[in-house]
Design a protein around this ligand. Sequence first.
Ligand code: PLP
Length: 365
Amino acid sequence: MINDNVVRQQILEIKPYVPGKPIEEVKRELGLDEVIKLASNENPLGPAPQAIEQMKKTAEQVNIYPDGNVHYLRQKLATKLGVKEEELIFGNGSDELLALLGQTFITEQAEVIMAGTTFSEYRFATNIMGGKIVTVPLKEYTHDLEAMAAAITPNTKLIFICNPNNPTGTIVTKDEVDNFLNQVPDDVIVIFDEAYYEYVANPAYPETVDYLADYENIIILRTFSKAYALAGLRIGYGIASQKLIDYIERVRQPFNVNLMAQKAAIASLATEDHLAKSVELNQVGKEYLYQEFDKLGLEYVPTGSNFILVDVAEDSTRVFEELMQRGVIIRDMSAFGYQTKIRVTVGLPEENEFFIEQLKEVLNN
Ligand SMILES: *Cc1c(COP(=O)(O)O)cnc(C)c1O
């Protein structure tokens, strides 16, 4: 008989990931023609034209397996970052790398420290391996690195720091990280998830690659999904000491990063103007949204990223559902314990305006 006894105990701990609803699904279900999605922190400009050109060319070559070593992208990225090629690992999105980190380092009952409100995949990576999640509440929506350091025990294996933090958009500063790393034992691994690295404008934000010279126990994760606009292709990377990379490589599947993703990522790296345009568009959109939230008297958390956590001062699930009825998909934050907050991705100017118009109507009802 099929019941919970047929699966590993750890599987029962795992809650399915709830993604942002796809546009097509909302159109179909609600019979809407116009739907905008500001729910998954995607780049509204789309991929760089050069990347699209590469994808078209690559379509004719997908009968061939991709380069399992990601040779050309590795070269380009190592040069750009000033690290050794052996200090990089590529994943099918940084999501895959998070899972690989779990498989590499987390033993049964090992303690994994993370913020109380942060990216849900850290939980997944820990639960699937039977590790023990230790959460440390955010302080003013920000990682409390002092408290996280204090939570370290002899059983601690990994510490996740999401910087900027999803879903609050806050950053931890270089001073805070310096202080924190000094308190972390050599054999505890600290993961900096920097999915929104390219968007951060705050000069106090740490350049974590610089820590690699002094720390063998840190891993930096970045992605081509957000500012580089390749979320649909799935490609992210990790930067760490060669020793750590060698361990993680053992659990990686040989062809985990597809051919089109590799080619498009190379082209995207070569077109910094598209990145600059994306970052600028985000900056302008962010300022516009702040201004409108101010006018509406809504509190929000200033963001270092391309999304904003905003307090709509009423039931966020109702606001989420009513916005969806009107063709705007955002994130309801009630599952994160924020009963009156939503998370909205900064979109194109017309999308931001449409969102604000609809939000006004929903809040007036
Ligand atoms: C979006 C996101 C990721 C996942 O990125 P992929 O490379 O698309 O898998 C990882 N971490 C955080 C914090 C994110 O917001």
